[in-house]
Structure formats: structure tokens, C-alpha cells
Design a protein around this ligand. Structure first.
Ligand code: FE2
Length: 375
């Protein structure tokens, strides 16, 4: 019997070979056409391909959007009694699939199932011997989140069910480059079980851990663990609510999402000031940060390349660790429910997630929670 530590090292070695990064993130939404329009005009994504009735798909309609190395798919149901429709009824618009790119779908799928993953789709190959795409899907630990494994064997398009879309007038570039991390919110007492799933089944390692002493305000507290694959291309921080004086923002998410799910997706830029200026002019709404946050900022994080006045005007947050600093900002929830939102992040050396900002950020979120009557 191997020790847990030894097992974890072995799994990470396997994982090192297997996971290349996030291939795409698929959202189940109420209206895919309008969601595609939103991600194009607000966030600067380009709609690339479409699947639906016109391409022989009878039960759903999907749009593939791209920007930099980020691929998003928005999918809605064409029938009232499908898994997609149920997902949207229960959760509102939300993330369904975080698809991971691999070299060999068969091996990864078999290994994941052997280690306890629940299979959703057996390995399926389409195309020719030289140009194919292989896909398999397993469920995440709980909730309605899955991971597809995608092997791209020189296949030119996204998948055969998709047709290329004619080029629309270009949205203004927002400079978003890649997915930096995806954050899960899970119920009280469940963080370790989720963390074990990603370590045991997916061979991820645990990078960081925050307790409720690190992250708490007068009303809210949370615990967090960061799971990542061995190349550090895939990072999943997992949040669990801690008992607070009133309802924590993690609990508010869980109540309105009706279970665990993806809280936010962080997108990386190499010029956050330009990116945020463009997003704001596109109508994207960000969380308001109290001006007091900027009073002690220089003292806490200096020296910075950016002017503090510019950061204050745009409400961009800064955090520093041993390796450098990072700049980040958070949108308001993208749907009517206080659930999924997007983070914009620029890294200047720092590899953390802005935990020095959590307190300031949570106080800002609580101002919004108060307005919603959920505090
Ligand atoms: Fe984040």
C-alpha cells in the first residue's frame, strides 16, 4: 500500500503527461443566441461556429466563441424536457462543462473512471484517421458540473456538428488572452471531499489553503483550497462557506444556484487598464470598491508600474506576494441570480489569487448583498 503522499506524486506524474490545459468552457443558458451576442459585444469574443437545427442538431443550439486562447461555448435547449432545460431551470445560466485537453482520451478516461469518476460519455471518435477529434466525459465530484476530455487529432473545426459562422463586424478588442483559473463554491463541510476528488481522480496537487481566519469580514467568512494540475495551467480554487454573523456570499451563491457550481472564471490580460477601459465602454458592470481601499494601497503593495489614480478611477485591486504583484477586478453577477461572475486579472510575477484583497472585496460584495436583501 502506497502512502498518500507517494500516491499523489505518482498521479501527478501521470497527470503531467495528460492535461494540456482547458480546451473550452461550456455554459448552459436560457438563450444561446443572446448569450453569444452578449459575450461578443460586452467582452469582445468572436463567434466562430454554430450548431443547431441548420446543422442537423435537433435538441440544442450552441455557439462557439473565441478570444486569444479562450474558447467558450454557450448552449441552450430546443425542448422543454432535456438535461439542458433542467440545468437552466435549477441553476439559471451557469457553467456545465470545463473541458480539458489531453493527448490520449482513452487512457485518461479509463484512468479517471478507475480512480472513481462517474462516466457520462464513453470515448467517442469522429473524423478520419488523420483528422479526428476524440471526446469522453466524466462527472465532477458533485453537482451538475462535468469534465470532458478532448483529444484534437488535427481536426480543422471545433467538432463536426458545428458550422463555421460568417464573420460579423469585429467587436472592439478587449485583450483577453487565456483562462487563468476557475473557482468552485461548495457546501459547508464539502471542501475536503471536492479537494480529494481532484487529487485522487484527476491527479491534481493542492497549491494553497486559506482558513476562515485568513478570509473574514464582519458578516462573511470562507475557507478555500487551491487545486492545480502539475503544469499549473489548470487551477481550481474551491471555496466553502464558514459560519458568519449573517449569510456569507458563498452561501448566497449556493442558495440561488441550488447547489455547488462555478462561482467565477478569471480571464488573463497583459494590460488590465486598457482591458477594463474597453469593457466599461462596452457596458460591463464591475463591483464598486470603496475609495478607502486605495488610501493604504501604496503602503501595502508598492512599488507599482501603474499610477494609483488610474487604478482608483477604474476600481482595480492590487495584491502582492513574494514573487511580484497582481491586478484584478470582478464583474457584477452576469445573470439575474447572484451567481456566476467574471474576474479580469493581470499577473506581474505573483502567482496567487489576490487573497490580500479578499477582505476589501467581500466588503464590496456585502454592500451589493445588502441591496438584494440577502445579508
Ligand atoms: Fe479569482
Amino acid at each position: 500500500m502506497l502512502s498518500t503522499e507517494r500516491q499523489s506524486t505518482l498521479l501527478q506524474k501521470e497527470d503531467l503527461v495528460q492535461f494540456k490545459g482547458i480546451d473550452y468552457v461550456e455554459f448552459y443558458v436560457g438563450n444561446a443566441r443572446q448569450a453569444a451576442h452578449f459575450y461578443r459585444t460586452a467582452f469582445g469574443f468572436t463567434p466562430i461556429a454554430y450548431a443547431g437545427l441548420e446543422t442537423g442538431v435537433r435538441d440544442r443550439c450552441s455557439f462557439l466563441l473565441e478570444q486569444g486562447d479562450i474558447r467558450l461555448v454557450v448552449t441552450s435547449s430546443l425542448t422543454p424536457d432535456s438535461a439542458i432545460a433542467r440545468h437552466v431551470e435549477l441553476h439559471g445560466d451557469g457553467v456545465y462543462d470545463i473541458a480539458l485537453q489531453v493527448d490520449d482520451v482513452q487512457t485518461v478516461f479509463q484512468a479517471a473512471v478507475k480512480r472513481g469518476a462517474r462516466p457520462i460519455l464513453e470515448p467517442t471518435i469522429v473524423g478520419t484517421q488523420n483528422e479526428y477529434i476524440a471526446k469522453a466525459t466524466v462527472a465532477s465530484y458533485e453537482g451538475d458540473i462535468v469534465h470532458s476530455f478532448i483529444e484534437r487529432g488535427n481536426y480543422a473545426g471545433f467538432t463536426p456538428q458545428y458550422q463555421h459562422l460568417p464573420t460579423l463586424p469585429n467587436p472592439a478588442a478587449t485583450g483577453l488572452m487565456e483562462i487563468d483559473h476557475m473557482v468552485f463554491n461548495v457546501e459547508l463541510g464539502k471542501m475536503d471531499l471536492w479537494s480529494n476528488f481532484y487529487q485522487t481522480v484527476m491527479g491534481f496537487g493542492q497549491a494553497q489553503q486559506f482558513t476562515s481566519d485568513d478570509i473574514s469580514t464582519k458578516y462573511s467568512a470562507l475557507m478555500s483550497k487551491v487545486l492545480q494540475n502539475s503544469t499549473k495551467r489548470i487551477k481550481f480554487p474551491i471555496n466553502e462557506p464558514a459560519e458568519g454573523y449573517r449569510k456569507s456570499q458563498i452561501q448566497e451563491y449556493l442558495d440561488f444556484y441550488n447547489g455547488p457550481g462555478v462561482q467565477h472564471m478569471a480571464l488573463r490580460t497583459d494590460n488590465i487598464i486598457k482591458t477594463v477601459q474597453q469593457l466599461k465602454s462596452n457596458g460591463v458592470e464591475f463591483l464598486q470598491i470603496p475609495d478607502t481601499y486605495y488610501k493604504n494601497l501604496l503602503h501595502r503593495v508598492s512599488p507599482l508600474d501603474e499610477e494609483i489614480e488610474v487604478l482608483r478611477n477604474l476600481k482595480i485591486l492590487v495584491d502582492r506576494d513574494d514573487e511580484g504583484y497582481l491586478l484584478q477586478i470582478f464583474t457584477k453577477p452576469l445573470a439575474g441570480r447572484p451567481t456566476f461572475f467574471i474576474e479580469i486579472i493581470q499577473r506581474k510575477g505573483a502567482q496567487g489569487f489576490g487573497n490580500g484583497n479578499f477582505k476589501a472585496l467581500f466588503e464590496a460584495i456585502e454592500l451589493e448583498q445588502e441591496k438584494r436583501g440577502n445579508l
